[in-house]
Structures are given as structure tokens and as C-alpha cells.
Design a protein around this ligand. Structure first.
Ligand SMILES: NC(=O)c1ccc[n+]([C@@H]2O[C@H](COP(=O)([O-])OP(=O)(O)OC[C@H]3O[C@@H](n4cnc5c(N)ncnc54)[C@H](O)[C@@H]3O)[C@@H](O)[C@H]2O)c1
Length: 429
């Protein structure tokens, strides 16, 4: 029996592509079925109320497929889709449109005081980040980013061991995330022109490194370099990148440095045994940590089905469909947990206590550095630098370096062989 009045959150969804299908859809369907309950908020109902997409085709397809797994929702399309979505009346907006379209959507939603959840990369420039933070502040809304890798039990354990000083003083490491060709050539074909796989997925690892090893410490992000390859997704001299190799360097207060190489690509074979290939290695003063995202014990081969329909080494921790021991069908994993947690944070602000204490609850939720936009400065700084370094490369100026909090500015770009420095972002990062 549900005690007390049921509270309701109306959700607006911007973008219904791959990530909607993998995480938002299962989260919203489960929330439609049962809402959630916390001691502070009581029962909260969450309903998908409106969706904004470019053409509306995916929305209609979903409506047909979902049947009663989801409630009635309004579908709006471009032009001006986000404004139309806001006019329907929502409390929360989830932005899962292509990377370079997050900023205008989030801007409109925050300006109207809606809580916003952004897919990564949140935005592509620090100036955009500042603007969104100001709007969130002025309008009393939460602005959060999805970093589901921080919910991965292996990464939680890594952070626990770092926090407990079992793993001491990280010196360097590498991360790699390789996606199949179908991502660049089919799934993202509409918006891939001019984009790169680094801004899109290296951010997962930039955030993991920044949050796990350096958040709340005096160690500073110091410089960013990158290079990449072209010629498969687009023209060899064009603006669309096949692969990107990014390096970020931190400096400890005593002058020791830590460097991380993050390799990303979206032109790998479609018949990967596990679809996405991801691994990390971190080396400490006293330890080495190796992790593979999908080689966690399960290996399965099914005639005619693996590795396309089913994966040979699946990551069931991220997201999988289960028949629960009590007979229920479910879809769960840390990818979905990250979305559900956001709704709990919003509900805590809105319903978690007396209205006169809302500002206090809002401040409490904003202080959560794992997902708050205010704690996304380093990640956005790296994306901003990467985008600019690749742009220079395109213009024949390869191997540029971006310095963070340089005497000349917050983000300062230097091109080898050229004396003048360019300030990309003036304030301190
Ligand atoms: N968290 C993760 O691990 C993860 C994984 C994949 C993608 N992403 C991020 O999610 C976002 C979307 O990626 P995807 O893989 O779902 O892409 P996708 O190409 O599969 O889908 C994009 C969706 O956005 C819609 N769209 C395009 N322009 C729009 C506009 N102007 N207004 C409203 N909707 C618009 C399209 O109609 C489509 O439904 C990207 O930012 C991507 O980086 C995150």
C-alpha cells in the first residue's frame, strides 16, 4: 500500500536514438510501471510526457512497439522541437540528441526552470558550460550529466581502493574504447560529419580519471594533446575523424606528473565478439589495475546468433534483459541505474521536505560531483581543447598543445613553430 500523496514528475525526452533505446527506454518503462519510493519523497510517479526528435519517425515506431509499457506521450519534431516540447508542460528534460545539439536544448530548458539531464559530452565549450550553470543557478534547476561508468561496480571498487589509500598515487595509464563501423557508418550517419570519436566517448574516461583520482585534491589538470586519423568515415583531408588518440597530463602539488592516453575509434569490425571493446590500465606507485569492460567471465557461442544478435563476451553489468528468479522480466544494469538515480535526485529537491527548505536540498544535490554540471569543468575543458586541436590539425597545424590555467588564460593553445599563443577560454578552468 502506498502511503501519502503520490508525487509526479513529467519527463520530456530530446532525442530517441541508440542511447534512448539502451538506457532511457528501460528506465522510463520501469518507472511507468512502478515509479519509485524513497524515505524522503514517498512514492513518486514518473511519466514520459513529451518527446522531441528530428523527424518523429523513431517516436512513432516506439509508440507502436511499446504499447502499454509506456503511457501516452506527445511527439514534436524539428524545427523548434525543444520549444514545442517545453510548451507541452514537463518538469524534467533529458537531452540525448547529437553532441553538438545539447547546448541549445539545455539552454532553453534551464531558462524555463526545468531540471536537465544531459548525455555526455555535456557541451563542447567552456563558455557554453558557464552559460548553462548560470541559467541553472538563476532558475533554481538541477543540471546533471550522465556518467554511467562511475556506476560500474569495478570502477566503484577502483575509487574505493583509491579513497582508502590501498592504491597509492597514480602515475599513468591508458584507456581504450573501440566501436564497430556500424556506429559511424549507420547509427550516426546523419550527424557524423565534422565529428570525432574522442569528444563522444573519451569523456567517459576523462571523467573516470578526474573523479576517481583527482576530485577534491590539489592535483591540477595541466595540458592536453591529441592526434587522429581520417579517411574511412569521411575524406582523408576532411573534418570527420575515424580514430583519436588523446593525452591528458595532471601535475601533483610536489611537481610529479601523471599522464593518461585515451584511444577511441568508431571504424572497427562489426563482428567484434563483444560489440564495444573497452579496457583500462592504471599504474600506481604500489599497484597496477587492469580492467576489461566485457571480459568479466561470461563467454557464450550460439550457432547463427553470435557475435551479431548476441555477443560472445557480453557486459551484463551495463545493461541486459533478465528473467528474474521470481518470474518477472526486467532490463537492468548500471547504464539504467544512472538515469534512475537522476530522477531520485530531482524528486528529493522537489518533494524531499518542506518547500521553504528547497534551496538547501537543491544545494545538496548540486554538490554531487559525480554528475553535476558544475563538476564537469575538467571534462569540458578537455573536449574544448580536443575539438580545437583537431580543427588546427585540419588546417595543417598538427600537434598543438592546450595548456590549462596558463598565465595567459584558462585554456591556451600553442602550435609548434608558431610563437603566438591563442586564448581559447580566458577565466580559470
Ligand atoms: N552514455 C553513453 O554511454 C552514450 C552512448 C551513446 C551515445 N551517447 C550520447 O547520447 C547522445 C545521442 O547519441 P545516440 O547514440 O542516441 O545518437 P543517435 O544518432 O542514435 O540518435 C540521435 C537522436 O537525436 C534526435 N535528434 C537529432 N537532432 C535533434 C534535434 N535538433 N532536436 C531533437 N532531437 C534531435 C534524432 O532524431 C535521434 O532520435 C550523444 O550525445 C551521444 O554522445 C551516450
Amino acid at each position: 500500500m502506498i502511503e501519502g500523496p503520490t508525487r509526479r514528475l513529467r519527463v520530456g525526452m530530446v532525442g530517441m536514438g541508440m542511447i534512448f533505446e539502451e538506457t532511457y527506454r528501460p528506465a522510463l518503462e520501469k518507472l511507468h510501471r512502478r515509479g519509485f519510493w524513497t524515505p524522503q519523497t514517498g512514492h513518486v510517479a514518473v511519466e514520459l510526457t513529451a518527446v522531441a526528435t528530428r523527424t518523429g519517425i523513431r517516436a512513432e515506431k516506439y509508440r507502436q512497439q511499446a504499447g502499454d509499457r509506456i503511457g501516452p506521450f506527445v511527439s514534436v519534431t524539428e524545427p523548434d522541437a525543444v520549444r514545442k516540447l517545453l510548451e507541452v508542460g514537463v518538469d524534467v528534460v533529458c537531452v540525448a540528441s547529437p553532441d553538438d545539439r545539447h547546448y541549445p536544448a539545455a539552454r532553453l530548458a534551464l531558462a524555463m526552470g526545468k531540471h536537465v539531464l544531459l548525455e555526455k559530452p555535456s557541451v563542447l565549450r567552456l563558455q557554453e558550460l558557464d552559460d548553462l550553470l548560470q541559467l541553472a543557478q538563476d532558475n533554481g534547476a538541477l543540471a546533471k550529466v550522465v556518467y554511467h561508468k562511475l556506476f560500474d561496480p569495478d570502477h566503484k571498487r577502483l575509487r574505493t581502493l583509491v579513497a582508502d589509500h590501498v592504491l597509492r598515487h597514480v602515475n599513468n595509464g591508458y584507456c581504450s574504447l573501440l566501436e564497430p563501423k556500424q556506429i559511424s557508418q549507420k547509427q550516426f550517419a546523419e550527424w557524423i560529419s565534422g565529428r570525432n570519436p574522442g569528444s563522444y566517448v573519451a569523456v567517459h574516461y576523462v571523467k573516470l580519471i578526474d573523479f576517481t583520482f583527482f576530485h577534491g585534491t590539489a592535483t591540477r589538470l595541466a595540458r592536453i594533446t591529441a592526434t587522429g586519423q581520417r579517411g574511412l568515415v569521411g575524406e582523408v583531408h576532411g573534418p570527420t575523424w575515424d580514430s583519436v588518440q588523446l593525452r591528458i597530463v595532471y601535475v601533483y602539488p610536489d611537481g610529479r606528473e601523471a599522464a593518461f592516453d585515451i584511444h577511441t575509434s568508431w571504424v572497427n569490425p562489426d563482428n567484434f565478439p563483444g560489440y564495444v571493446e573497452q579496457e583500462v590500465q592504471f599504474r600506481f606507485d604500489n599497484a597496477v589495475w587492469n580492467a576489461h569492460q566485457r571480459k568479466r567471465g561470461v563467454e557464450v557461442t550460439i550457432e547463427g546468433k553470435t557475435p551479431t544478435e548476441y555477443k560472445i563476451t557480453p557486459n551484463h553489468h551495463y545493461n541486459a534483459c533478465f528473467l528474474e528468479p521470481w518470474g518477472e522480466r526486467s532490463q537492468r544494469g548500471y547504464g539504467i541505474e544512472a538515469i534512475e538515480r537522476f530522477f531520485e535526485e530531482v524528486a528529493y529537491v522537489e518533494f524531499g521536505g518542506p518547500p521553504q527548505e528547497r534551496a538547501h536540498r537543491l544545494a545538496e544535490m548540486r554538490a554531487l560531483a559525480y554528475n553535476d554540471l558544475s563538476a564537469d569543468r575538467h571534462t569540458v575543458a578537455v573536449v574544448h581543447a580536443l575539438e580545437e586541436i583537431l580543427r588546427r590539425h585540419l588546417a595543417g597545424q598538427s600537434d598543438a598543445v592546450v595548456y590549462v590555467n596558463h598565465p595567459r588564460g584558462g585554456l591556451v593553445l600553442a602550435v609548434p613553430g608558431r610563437e603566438e599563443l591563442e586564448v581559447l577560454y580566458e577565466p580559470r578552468v
